[in-house]
Design a protein around this ligand. Structure first.
Ligand code: F58
Length: 832
């Protein structure tokens, strides 16, 4: 793995003999002590989990040592702290990542090997905290890594779900969901803080009163109150001493039992109250689109927002005391609209609880918050029924009405007589039922609003948030997403990391622009051969895992063509399937036809209630079953659905890829981040001009990217002018044959009904324009097939992809947020 350059290593600090001793001997001793005194085990009978736990505690000691130093440094400096509010953090396993960031990964692995100790099985033992659905949650995790690496004081705030994203099993080709019991063997990375808790109330009514200064005030008389308890996870930066916190909230009953109810004999009523409270943080909603109107989801959002803001106010009071300076202490980023209630809650805390004037409170609120939008799908914009709001958060609804009243006054002044605009911009949607529009609340209550890729930001300005952009253009900016090279290169792809580091040193790990220096080796044949060797080994490693998890044997010398991401019609996994069936048809027509051997690999979870997405999984598996067994295919095509795609097994997938499928309908994918992870690991992309694909292509060069399909503009005008999928269908015999092959029941044991809903949707609606893009996709896939035959050229393209992907490090993204939005600077931490 990475060679640890002495210069970059923080000093081997820590008092000898103490738990912060980072020497091998010191860590060995701490490890033995944790087996005995933390796990309470005799080493001879320690289980694999005991060993993993002891190892994790040994590493955590190192993190906490650095966290203490970070806090001490913050106490000495008057700095602004970034507070990243997100309903999801998809962290992935901690152990190996922390070893890398501590700079001791290779040393620990080498020593373990010498002592005959299989450290890989310890890494395997860790259950990942799957506290997120997909891109948005994983982005939050990458940003925490970069914040710490850039030595920015920061706190992540979120929800400690007892059950994260479900585990996926494939049974008879269908997705089956299992509860994610990530906490069942304990979580050594978190520190429970039973003494850090806040009360959060729900329901009831409000009541006006006059305060002692004769001012109009409102008090909220809630119906019920729960307690939020803090659980902290230390987040260490890469080879720096900054160790920030991720603070997740767990809901508990205020008292274990309501004693009054208990005493009058209502034992079950009392227990109900406890169960009711704890329900709030029981489970992550497994949808990658919002579920509108689910009360528990709104409770989750308010619960974590309220705990987090109360915590920030508490911390601020400890350090400063003057609330008017709150926004100088905290820069709060809203990760999508899930925490947008913060705007109303901060106003409530300042105005009702701290008796601040509305205008002063509003000024603080707007200077504190910034909002990131992550979607372009209009149906994915969150809105909550006003009735539900009134029942659950009556005071917040009043505050939102007041914010709206003042805001719409401004709109009316700016655009006199433009009633349509007022209706469009209102925080309340009254176009059919009444709803609170969370994106509008976030826009109005923030000083900065950003999209996550250039194209996405442009479409926000032109379309989704056009009125807001027109009225306050200065708020809008773009912050193209990035991913952390620590997890997605160093940890996932040790072979490539070693090869790159041998050529250009290891600075690129925290200065990703340095990767450009690889370009000078692109003409070096020996280097290209080493590059291919790394890819070969990664493919062999993944092939073994595929065999273990699916029973399917794949050929590592075939092209690995991979699409892993949440299942969604706009992401068009089924377009990929149509192409596979087209190739299959060609083979059936001409068994000798010349095709470059390919292994098509899919992975991703479908929302449990999303019928079409689940049917697409079934289709992939059905096609796989037939294609993989057909003797005519004779190994030229293989199709695999790799089950339970998550952060833990992603490390085997990205590095093994030759061709990355980023084929969403243009204008639908806000950014995508998987596209970055693949390209950084030397895969070439076949993709549309959507999300960050546009910028990836710009960076790596059009000649190193397989582009196909309509542009966002073409998509939108086609839809506007009445798109007819049948026109494309009639004009394309190959497409007809593909559809006919599926319709005939060839992949469903003669069942012509099974895939009918999917085919009908395509033939009669095709909202994501698969038919319109089919011909172009198939043609570019033909070019891919040709290109892969020339391995020398392919390798050049692969090297250039990696060399030119520096922009897509989350370090770059976080630097931009720091400079343009949060106005914060690094605060180095020393261990002295
Ligand atoms: C994703 N959104 C975007 N939402 O789809 C993707 O293009 C982008 O790269 C990524 O955010 C990061 O910016 C996304 O993952 C969710 O999962 C939400 C979960 C909660 C319900 C609503 C969707």
């Amino acid at each position: 793995m990475v060679k640890e350059s002495k210069a970059k290593q923080p000093p081997a600090e820590g008092r000898a003999g103490s738990r912060s001793d980072l020497s091998l001997e010191g860590m060995r001793r701490t490890f033995r002590e944790h087996i005995l005194y933390t796990q309470g085990r005799f080493p001879e009978i320690a289980t694999r989990n005991d060993l993993y736990m002891a190892m994790a505690y040994t590493v955590r000691d190192q993190l906490l040592h650095r966290w203490i130093k970070t806090v001490e440094q913050l106490r000495r400096t008057d700095v602004r702290i970034v507070s990243y509010l997100s309903a999801e953090f998809l962290l992935g396993p901690h152990l190996e990542n922390n070893l890398i960031n501590l700079g001791i990964h290779d040393r620990v692995c080498r020593t373990a090997e010498q002592e005959g100790f299989d450290i890989q099985t310890l890494f395997e033992q860790e259950e990942e905290p799957g506290l997120g659905n997909g891109g948005l949650g994983r982005l939050a995790a990458c940003y925490l890594d970069s914040l710490a690496t850039l030595e920015i004081p920061a706190i992540g705030y979120g929800i400690r779900y007892e059950f994260g994203i479900f585990d996926q099993e494939i049974r008879d080709g269908w997705q089956v969901e299992h509860t994610d019991e990530w906490l069942h063997l304990g979580n050594p990375w978190e520190i429970a803080r039973p003494e850090i808790f806040y009360q959060v109330s729900f329901g009831g009514r409000t009541e006006p009163y006059e305060d002692d200064r004769g001012r109009y005030q409102v008090r909220w008389l809630p119906h019920r109150t729960v307690k939020g308890v803090a659980y902290d996870t230390p987040i260490l930066g890469y080879r720096v001493n900054t160790c920030n916190l991720l603070r997740l909230w767990k809901a508990e009953a205020i008292e274990s039992f309501e004693f009054e109810a208990f005493n009058v004999g209502d034992y079950y009523g009392a227990v109900d109250q406890k169960v009711f409270s704890e329900n709030i943080t029981k489970v992550l909603y497994p949808n990658d689109e919002p579920i509108q109107g689910k009360q528990l989801r709104l409770e989750q959002q308010y619960f974590f927002v309220s705990c987090s803001l109360q915590d920030m106010l508490h911390l601020h009071k400890l350090i400063d005391g003057d609330l008017s300076r709150f926004s100088r202490r905290f820069a709060i980023q809203l990760n999508d609209t899930h925490p947008a209630l913060s705007v109303a809650e901060l106003m409530r805390l300042l105005v009702d609880e701290h008796e601040m004037d509305w205008d002063a409170a509003w000024e603080i609120t707007c200077t504190t918050f910034a909002y990131t939008n992550h979607t372009l799908l209009p149906e994915a914009l969150e809105k909550w029924p006003v009735d539900l709001f009134a029942t659950l958060l009556p005071r917040h609804l009043e505050i939102i009405y007041e914010i709206n009243r003042r805001f719409l006054d401004e709109v009316k002044t700016r655009y006199p007589g433009d009633n349509a605009r007022v209706a469009r911009m209102s925080l309340i949607d009254e176009s059919g039922g009444r709803y609170v529009r969370m994106a509008h609340l976030a826009c109005v209550g923030s000083h900065a609003v950003n999209g996550v890729a250039e194209l996405h930001t442009q479409l926000l300005k032109d379309d989704v948030l056009h009125d807001f952009f027109e009225m306050m253009p200065e708020k809008f900016s773009n912050k193209t997403n990035g991913v952390t090279p620590r997890r997605f290169m160093v940890l996932s792809n040790p072979g490539l990391t070693r090869l790159i580091t041998a050529k250009i040193g290891d600075d690129w790990i925290s200065r990703s622009e340095e990767l450009r220096r690889l370009e000078q080796f692109v003409d070096d044949g020996a280097f290209r051969e080493e590059w291919r060797q790394v890819k070969r080994e990664n493919k062999q490693r993944f092939a073994r895992l595929i065999l273990e998890r699916t029973g399917i044997e794949v050929d590592p010398s075939s092209m690995f063509d991979i699409q892993v991401k949440r299942l969604h019609e706009y992401k068009r996994q089924h377009l990929n399937v149509l192409h596979i069936v087209a190739l299959y048809n060609r083979i059936k027509l001409d068994p000798a036809c010349d095709l470059c051997p390919r292994t098509f690999i899919f992975g991703g979870k479908a929302a449990p209630g999303y019928f079409m997405a689940k049917l697409i999984i079934k289709l992939i598996n059905s096609v796989a079953e037939v294609v993989n067994r057909d003797p005519d295919v004779s190994g030229r095509l293989k199709v695999v659905f790799f089950p339970d795609f998550n952060v833990k097994n992603a490390k085997f997938i990205y590095p093994a890829c030759d061709l990355s499928e980023q084929i969403s309908t243009a204008g639908k994918e806000a950014s995508g981040t998987g596209n970055m992870k693949f390209s950084m690991n030397g895969a070439l992309t076949i993709g549309t001009l959507d999300g960050a694909n546009v910028e990836i292509r710009e960076e790596v060069g059009a000649e190193n990217f397989f582009l196909f399909g309509l542009t966002a503009e073409e998509v939108s005008s086609l839809l506007k002018n009445g798109y007819q999928p049948s026109a494309y269908y009639q004009g394309n015999p190959e497409l007809q044959a593909v559809i006919e092959r599926i319709r005939s029941g060839h992949f469903s044991r003669g069942d012509r009904e099974l895939f009918k809903p999917l085919l009908d949707s395509l033939l009669f609606h095709d909202p994501f324009l698969l038919f319109a893009d089919f011909a172009s996709y198939v043609e570019v896939q033909r070019q891919v097939d040709q290109a892969y035959r020339d391995q020398e050229t392919w390798t050049r393209m692969s090297i250039l992809n990696v060399a030119r992907m520096g922009k897509f490090s989350s370090d770059r993204a976080i630097r931009e947020y720091c400079r343009d939005i949060w106005k914060v600077k690094p605060v180095p931490v020393s261990l002295e």
